[in-house]
Design a protein around this ligand. Structure first.
Ligand code: CA
Length: 366
């Protein structure tokens, strides 16, 4: 109850604050055309990480353009519902959204690859694929089919596997579970006999507490602790196979984007790239301490998915990816490029980040 009040109160304060900040910019000496940029999002107002990151991005675009790009930011429900963000921007009613593009997988399964997919890429691997491995070009091709243009604008890093009311010792324990899990991860769960549902962040807690869903994933300890899922489910599983480095997107209306000057495009690209980095930094800085607190003070039982369970995830994921490739030539092209990046970059991860961290933590007992 307190948490809901906080969100509501913060929402009102946020709108007033943003309007005040926008009007505080001095007028430029040379009259330049002001650009109206309404940004909708899939996140609750002031929601840690995702919401605050999207709001920071909107503020940064306004600041970098000295107020010439006039930002109006709307959290989920303030202008349209979370999942209506796509149509709001594709239609040109708003100029951009901040969202997880896998929410649009019903429109085309290719969208899932530009957030995260099961057995997918970590944050650093994803950045490599998008910027230097052909990922951005494929994202442009897909988004172009819907009148959109996507830019990387945030990342949560590896997500937790989810909150369960009972222990999950093998894939059999997933049968019949109604679980909130979006994207292709939800399709993997369906192959294993669970019933996946996709709910926006603001609706998960009440559904879990009421028993409408049995289990949920969301993000990680920092966000999930804020949501108080531990009040309804104590077993907290890692690592999530479904979202190994969820990239958030700034989705822009393609015609709006096409008309911007080179300079304005560079401002928006730089602001989005900056948020891609800042959000990941914040998740990394806060998740460890948040997990410690959940275990020490909220009775949370930390569990690791067994190899057996993971093998089942892997088999189910193969079936899901077969279906994705069969969808369309573009879906297959995205999948092939993603697999190539996972093979090439993943092999390097093995002998760089992974090998180093294993040795460092072993020697230091971390
Ligand atoms: Ca998630």
């Amino acid at each position: 109850m307190e948490r809901r009040k906080f969100m509501k109160a913060a929402g009102l304060a946020g709108v007033t604050g943003a309007a005040a900040a926008a009007s505080a910019f001095p007028k430029p000496a040379v009259a330049q055309e002001r650009i109206e940029f309404a940004m909708v999002s899939t996140w609750p107002r002031d929601f840690p990480g995702l919401g605050t990151g999207a709001q920071r991005l909107a503020e940064r675009i306004a600041t970098m353009s000295e107020g010439r790009i006039k930002m109006q930011y709307f959290s989920a429900g303030e202008r349209v519902g979370a999942f209506d963000s796509f149509d709001e921007v594709a239609s040109g009613n708003a100029q951009g959204y901040h969202a997880a593009d896998y929410y649009w997988k019903g429109k085309h399964p290719g969208w899932a690859f530009f957030t995260a997919v099961p057995f997918g890429l970590t944050y650093t691997e994803m950045n490599g694929w998008i910027r230097f491995g052909g990922g951005q070009e494929l994202w442009d091709e897909l988004a172009g089919e819907f009148g959109l243009k996507g830019l990387m604008a945030g990342n949560t890093g590896v997500q937790m596997g989810g909150w369960f009311r009972k222990e999950i010792n093998s894939a059999d324990d997933l049968k019949g579970l109604k679980m909130r899990i979006p994207g292709l991860g939800g399709d993997v769960m369906a192959k294993l006999g669970a019933s996946p549902v996709s709910l926006p962040g603001g609706q998960i807690y009440e559904n879990l507490v009421s028993g409408a869903i049995d289990a949920t994933e969301w993000v990680g300890p920092w966000n999930d602790g804020f949501m108080k899922f531990y009040e309804a489910a104590k077993f907290y599983y890692y690592p999530g196979m479904h979202e190994p480095g969820s990239m958030l997107a700034l989705g822009l209306n393609a015609s709006f984007w096409g008309k911007l000057s080179k300079s304005d495009k560079a401002i928006i690209e730089a602001a989005a790239a900056s948020e891609n980095d800042w959000m990941m930094s914040e998740y990394n800085a806060k998740s460890g301490a948040a997990l410690k607190d959940l275990i020490a003070n909220q009775g949370v039982q930390l569990r690791q998915f067994s190899d057996d369970t993971y093998d089942s995830f892997g088999e189910a994921a193969e079936e899901v990816f077969d279906e994705v490739q069969a969808h369309s030539p573009l879906a297959k092209k995205i999948y092939d490029s993603f697999v190539q990046a996972r093979t090439d970059i993943g092999a390097w991860t093995n002998i760089s980040d992974q090998a180093y961290v294993e040795q460092r933590n072993r020697v230091l007992g971390l």
